[in-house]
Ligand binder design. Structure first.
Ligand SMILES: Cc1cc2nc3c(=O)[nH]c(=O)nc-3n(C[C@H](O)[C@H](O)[C@H](O)COP(=O)(O)OP(=O)(O)OC[C@H]3O[C@@H](n4cnc5c(N)ncnc54)[C@H](O)[C@@H]3O)c2cc1C
Length: 392
């Protein structure tokens, strides 16, 4: 709250917001305009030049603590960046077209000094991708029950067998974090996390064609060996270790979808002012006005929910419910807004020369990833009703 009683960003975050806005406008979007429409990466030399500038602007690995080479932003700051950085054709997943680097999964910083030095630090330096492998063919919404990938200790190694599905970024990564079962009958307490390298024997990966233009991957582990020193935390601690990180991830995730939807609304507003039908601009039609008004209202509310959740997290509160609220509301709102914007543009809304149809496809996934909408509704309802699922 500021002194007028309205929620407002602190001055330093307004400056950060402006910095990212300008960077996107002057550097990222012009570079992206030269890339093919459905590209999910920029040419190496173009990306490298952008990254040098991003580092100079203090926009490198914004989720990574400063002591490990990142920008070390507060969660609220991360959300501000995520919203602005999603305002490009590549949208929320490839924020700023990769110009800010890809933060390693934050849970790695709970690992040993050796693990941080061997895996996290080089990744922060290069800005390369990593992956997180939780979901399996047997299910992703309820991973504590669905994970069947086994990690069996044999002397100084674990032998991994099983299949992971839908794993984003695995085909472009050197390493990632795997959740596997070390205790077969212990629910979430039987799950342990490991750092896994893609290039070791016993792992095959294959892309899965989905609604968006870049693929997630299937990972097949067959007698794949992980040295004990690459176990993250203790046996059975996998979920506990990752929990607060996974909860916190949901806020920048929601913020990114809001950024995409805001970009879509801006585009639709400009279109509605210009486009004439039946002798008048679309902007003069009530049907169009209501669509843009509803979109504005919903986006403002979604943004405030993100700001509130992130601010509470920065103050050290337990934000499990706040994170579910803003992830659910943000992703569903963004999908609705982009859908309306497509309607406002008519045929051009679904044409490949506009980014809307691409954002529409991308946002559809956002209601499934990072906990599907139904699971977040369940979490919120359980909290309200004081009921719990049978503990897994
Ligand atoms: C493009 C893409 C990228 C992904 N990237 C990753 C990744 O990088 N790493 C990773 O680990 N996973 C990833 N996922 C997997 C994603 O997290 C799962 O798809 C998601 O958790 C849902 O799991 P599921 O698909 O197995 O659906 P299921 O668990 O089978 O659920 C099916 C449907 O039923 C609903 N449902 C489930 N339980 C309930 C209930 N109790 N009440 C009401 N409805 C319910 C779910 O919400 C869902 O809509 C990705 C998925 C996609 C599509």
């Amino acid at each position: 709250m500021n002194e007028t009683g309205f929620y407002d960003l602190p001055d330093e975050l307004k400056m950060l917001q402006e910095t990212v806005r300008r960077f996107m406008e002057r550097e990222v979007r012009p570079a992206e305009d030269k890339a093919p429409y459905d590209a999910y990466t920029l040419p190496d030399d173009v990306l490298a030049a952008l990254r040098v500038k991003a580092r100079g602007a203090g926009l490198w690995n914004v989720q990574t603590p400063a002591e490990y080479g990142g920008a070390g932003l507060s969660l609220l700051g991360q959300c501000v960046v995520a919203e602005e950085a999603a305002k490009c054709r590549m949208g929320a997943y490839i924020a700023a077209c990769g110009a800010f680097g890809f933060d390693p999964p934050n849970v790695i910083f709970k690992g040993s000094r050796e693990q941080i030095e061997k895996y996290a630090l080089p990744t922060v330096e290069t800005g390369e991708k990593t992956f997180v492998a939780i979901s399996e063919p047997g299910g992703g919404a309820d991973p504590a029950r669905a994970i069947t990938t086994r990690a069996e200790r044999k002397g100084d190694r674990y032998v991994i067998n099983g299949t992971k599905l839908w794993i984003t970024g695995a085909g472009q990564s050197r390493w990632g974090i795997l959740f596997a079962r070390t205790g077969p009958d212990k629910g979430r307490a039987g799950i342990t996390s490991f750092i896994v390298e893609i290039d070791r024997p016993g792992l095959t990966i294959s892309p899965i064609r989905v609604i968006r233009s870049y693929s997630p991957y299937e990972l097949n582990f067959q007698d794949y060996e992980v040295p004990v020193e690459d176990r993250l935390g203790e046996e059975g601690e996998g979920f506990k270790l990752a929990e607060s990180w996974l909860v916190h991830e949901r806020m920048p995730y929601a913020a990114g979808t809001i950024g995409v939807a805001q970009a879509a609304l801006d585009l639709a507003l400009a279109w509605a002012r210009e486009r004439k039908t039946f002798g008048q601009p679309l902007a003069d039609r009530q049907a169009i006005q209501w669509m843009v008004a509803d979109s504005e209202v919903e986006l403002r509310a979604a943004r405030l929910l993100v700001y509130q959740a992130a601010s509470r997290a920065d103050l050290g509160h337990d934000v499990k419910i706040d994170a579910s609220v803003c992830k659910l509301h943000g992703t569903e709102t963004a999908g609705r807004v982009v859908d309306r914007c497509i309607q406002i543009l008519g045929g051009m809304g679904v044409a490949a020369e506009m980014p809307l149809e691409r954002w529409y496809r991308e946002l559809r996934i956002k209601r499934i990833g990072e906990g599907p909408s139904e699971v977040h509704r369940m979490v919120i309802a359980r909290d309200l009703l004081g009921t719990r699922l049978k503990a897994a």
